[in-house]
Design a protein around this ligand. Structure first.
Ligand code: C3B
Length: 799
């Protein structure tokens, strides 16, 4: 008996689990075994598993409260959590109990498990990284809370119609979400618009933020942390009863509908700006609700504001939550009565900022006019922060007006806008990039002026991924093999132990088992010939990531096959997965062309069995967990200097895929670790790419001088693929912003080396094992350890 919480311990035997399931079915779901649907069974199972985590949460909360620690607060507009059921079964030790209990009650475990819906509350890498970091924080017993938005509609569902991307809303929680605990009594009121008078800011509109939380269990430990997600709720006052009584039903609810739109939908843009006022409202909504919650939590045990930075470190995941800086200033100065300098010192010691991009267009800016209308007091505060900043710049660099202009929080031309990244750098004690190269490029380019003035503020924390989700859950077969090879499963909490696999790369029996697991994963994916090389490119569609380069390679392979079928080499299946932002026309054209090329190749008897292109729609975490274990080749082919890090590259390497890649983002560190002989390198490096772009780059010169490249582009221009893709080819010939044609030859040559290596299966398997063995560094546990050491300075609390 846990006296402190008065808890009856939950059962751990099959009979006890079955009893708990039954009682939840009756008392919480309100149905019976005889009339229960599969959905009833799913939700009941979720509750039964959640109960086990909730008991641990209660013990964790007690220990955390007692120790009054420094909390890590992670503020992120996105969390791409992935399916919850499998994870929570594993982390609660009920993976075997649950299906047995379901069966005993007459349910089909597979049918029940298929009802688990992944909450798609993120776009891509940035949101998935947030989820991996929270997993590792809990696993490492760090007191931490993730704050985000509970979007009604997550990332859109992608389908293809005539090969073109079609987007449908993702109403992920329409059945309710059994993993969530709503906490309506912790609502916070958020203001917008209005004016600043002598009495301070008087908002013109208020809405409520209602939180719910999701449990985040640690693996192999008692700790359970949580994510708190905010949902916008209209206040009672926003329902216009007099209009309703007059029969004006739409008008009566108009204000309420507008209020609740704030958390209606996740913006589907990834690394591109979408400067809509509703998005700015979302950002302020997240920040305002979360800071009030953090302050409420601070006050449980503390009274003196000077202690705040010792009790809270708040990490800003990209610039999306940067309004937290002026918001905390407002709360401290206007509501708590601190003087400006005291407040600024607290703010500057509390916040840290992670930058995730190198694309200038992805650095958020907001029109001054819009921000001033929506948040008049915050604009005043931003101006005052800017006065302080520019004063410091002038005194450090007298007479350097150009530098003042560049560093200002306000951009003047062509329109006055607030530069959120400059604000984030100014209001934090630490700024980090997400891979070595990225952090170097940030201080050398994007933030060069700031790094000159405040060199100590900048650091690197290379991204990582959860080995629990992306090896253990995604690839149970390989996980068992690794455990038997190492003689322990301790690698799941210390991924550096994978190094112990390196000697086994020389063991032919182990290599055969390794190949068997790959083939098994490929067969599970259902792609036909498991002997074909599975070549995967899975990530968001963006011109800088260069799916178009992969496409040119495929067309080249197709041409070779047609001209000399006997000489082709190795059978390949190329798999694409990924979504394009709905407004990103060029990326959608590339998707259309991939589907057209896939159809042409599939219809051509000459290619049968040798070359296939598949593009399953709606790539998400669920699908990633199926594809990654099966992959042989990992495509990481962005133009060097553009991909901040990449994390799919890490997941694939850990599962034994070999990378073909440029020296970009974390590819550089992957190659350093797995060794140049186990990595297919090609293309310009960041320096070379920047130099070529800076000169008068002529994509046509590559087209004119390379017959295979010319043939590939000519085929597209001539309409060989159902007439699709003219715009893609034309834009490559005219502009080619990301140097696709410049890197084409080097890429195709590297692919020829891939084919040659594949022909020697023993060599390939050795390379594959060494990729996994040397990728232990890319655990998000190591990433969290680096954040703790370099930025957060928080310590574990064990329940
Ligand atoms: C991504 C970057 O594009 C990736 O290189 C990086 O690995 C991840 O973030 C995680 O750091 N990113 C994203 O998904 N969305 C953005 N708005 C900016 C960066």
């Amino acid at each position: 008996m846990d006296l402190r919480n008065g808890l009856r311990p939950l059962g751990s035997t099959p009979a006890e689990f079955e009893q708990d399931l039954l009682s939840n079915l009756y008392y919480r779901r309100g149905t019976t075994v005889e009339s229960a649907s599969a959905q009833d069974a799913y939700e009941t199972l979720a509750l039964t598993v959640r109960d086990r985590l909730a008991a641990r949460r209660a013990r964790t909360a007690a220990a955390q409260y007692d120790s009054n620690p420094r909390w890590v607060y992670y503020l992120s507009a996105e969390y791409l959590l992935g399916p919850q059921l499998d994870q929570n079964l594993l982390y609660s030790g009920t993976t075997d109990l649950a299906p047995a209990a379901l069966k005993a009650l007459g349910f089909d475990p597979a049918e029940v498990a298929a009802l688990d819906v992944e909450p798609g509350l993120g776009n891509g890498g940035l949101g998935r990284l947030a989820a991996c970091l929270l997993d590792s924080l809990a696993t490492m017993d760090i007191p931490a809370v993730g704050y985000g938005i509970r979007y009604d509609l997550g990332i859109f569902k992608q389908s293809f119609e005539n090969g073109e991307q079609v987007e449908k809303p993702d109403d992920w929680a329409f059945q309710g979400d059994p993993w969530e605990f709503p906490a309506p009594d912790d609502r916070n009121r958020v203001g917008f618009y209005g004016h600043v008078g002598p009495e301070g800011w008087v908002p013109g509109e208020v809405i409520d933020g209602e939180p719910s939380h999701l449990l985040v269990p640690g693996y192999g430990t008692e700790t359970v942390n949580f994510i708190r997600l905010w949902r916008a709720r209209a206040t009672e006052a926003s329902f216009d009863l007099s209009r309703f009584s007059a029969g004006q039903y739409a008008e009566a609810v108009d204000q309420a509908v507008r209020a609740e739109n704030i958390s209606k939908v996740l913006y589907p843009d990834d690394s591109t700006e979408s400067g809509r006022e509703l998005r700015l409202k979302q950002q302020y909504f997240l920040v305002s609700c979360s800071l009030r919650d953090i302050i409420r939590r601070f006050r449980f045990r503390n009274h003196d504001w000077a202690e705040f930075p010792a009790k809270a470190v708040i990490q800003l995941n990209d610039t999306h939550p940067t309004l937290a800086i002026p918001e905390l200033m407002r709360l401290l100065v206007d509501e708590e009565g601190l003087d400006w300098d005291q407040a600024w010192s607290i703010v500057r010691q509390t916040f840290a900022y992670t930058c995730h991009t190198l694309l200038p267009e992805a650095l958020e800016t907001w029109p001054v006019a819009m921000l001033g209308r929506l948040l008049p007091r915050h604009l005043e505060i931003i101006y005052r922060i800017n006065d302080g900043l520019l004063g410091e710049v002038r005194s450090r660099f007298p007479g350097d007006l150009d530098r003042v202009r560049r560093m200002s929080l306000i951009q003047e031309e062509p329109e006055r806008r607030v530069r959120m990244a400059n604000l984030a750098v100014t209001g934090t004690f630490a700024v980090n990039g997400v891979a070595e190269l990225h952090s170097q490029l940030l201080t050398a380019t994007t933030f060069h002026d700031f790094a000159t003035m405040w060199p100590d503020r900048f650091r690197n924390v290379t991204n990582g991924v959860s080995p629990r989700r992306f090896v253990r859950l995604a690839n149970p077969g390989l996980s068992s093999l690794i455990t038997s090879g190492l003689g322990t499963d301790a690698w799941l909490r210390d991924l550096s132990l994978l190094a112990g696999l390196a000697p086994l790369a020389g063991d032919s029996a182990f290599r055969a088992q390794w190949r068997t697991e790959k083939r098994r994963a490929k067969a599970a994916l259902g792609l036909g010939d498991p002997g074909a090389l599975l070549d995967v490119m899975i990530k968001r569609f963006h011109e800088y990531k260069r799916q178009q380069l992969k496409l040119l390679h495929i067309i080249t392979l197709y041409h070779r096959l047609k001209s000399d079928p006997g000489r082709f080499g190795v059978p390949r299946t190329v798999l694409f997965g990924g979504k394009a932002a709905p407004a990103y026309t060029a990326a959608k054209s590339i998707i259309h062309l991939i589907n057209a090329v896939a159809a042409t190749i599939a219809a051509d008897p000459v290619t049968s069995g040798q070359l296939r292109v598949v593009f399953p729609p709606n790539y998400n975490v669920t699908l990633a967990e199926k594809i990654i274990p099966a992959a042989d080749l990992s495509e990481q082919i962005s133009m060097a200097g553009k991909e901040a890090s990449g994390t799919g590259n890490m997941k694939l390497a850990l599962n034994g895929a070999i990378t073909i890649g440029t020296l970009d983002g974390a590819n550089v560190e992957i190659r350093d670790r797995v060794g140049g002989e186990n990595f297919f390198l090609f293309g310009l490096d960041a320096t070379g790419a920047a130099a070529l772009r800076g000169s008068s780059y002529q994509p046509r010169s590559y087209y004119d001088s390379d017959p295979e490249l010319k043939a590939a582009l000519d085929a597209v221009l001539a309409g060989a693929f159902g007439g699709v893709g003219h715009d893609v080819a034309q834009s490559l010939l005219d502009r080619d912003e990301y140097l696709t044609l410049a890197d084409y030859r080097s890429y195709v040559d590297a692919q020829d080396e891939v084919s040659a290596a594949w022909q020697d299966q023993e060599r390939w398997t050795r390379m594959s094992i060494l990729n996994a063995a040397n990728s232990g560094f890319f655990s998000s546990d190591r990433t969290v350890a680096d954040y703790l050491d370099r930025i957060w300075r928080a310590t574990p609390v064990r329940p």
